[in-house]
Design a protein around this ligand. Sequence first.
Ligand SMILES: [Fe+2]
Length: 201
Amino acid sequence: MTFETLLEEDMMRERLLELIPEFDLIQDDDLREKCIETWEAAMEESGWTPDALAQMPFTLLINPCPASYIDHIRAVTLTAVRAAEVFGEIYGERVPVNMDYLVAGGLLHDIGKLLEYENRDDGVTVQTYEGKLLRHPFTGMELAARCGLPAEVQHIIATHAGEGDKVIRTTEATLINHADFMNFHSIQRMGQDKNLAARMG
Ligand SMILES: [Fe+2]
């Protein structure tokens, strides 16, 4: 590896941590490092940079999309963390939540989207052919497994979307699944209110 490549990687990591300060919520050093490494692997494989992800729509199902991929990742992670804090306050040890797995799962739940989405020449984000065949829960789980994330975090990624509806989700995966849909549906419905018109196609 050349000095320039190393420097580039350092700058990319620095920018990522600047845009997503929630990596610091992970207490376990090894888990935090593996989580960042999974992001780096996804960025290297796809060519997406942290700044480009701050401009990428978090979903292709809402157009125009008012939230970026980075906004979505942070919002879902923090929505789930706040819910888990309420669980702690009210239920205490009766409903335990592993906060480290929850945060890692939140930060990684959509990591496969870096492989599922690409920018067309005109700047519009589209789904890749491979992304159609293997949506982000599959590719995201593979990336996380390759980078040594524990099964609990792989489980959150694999089950966060509709693909996981037949699986009995852990508490952490349930919180991320619902935090994700709280964010998605709220934003999706904002757009739908404006467009009460249709014609037969
Ligand atoms: Fe997703």
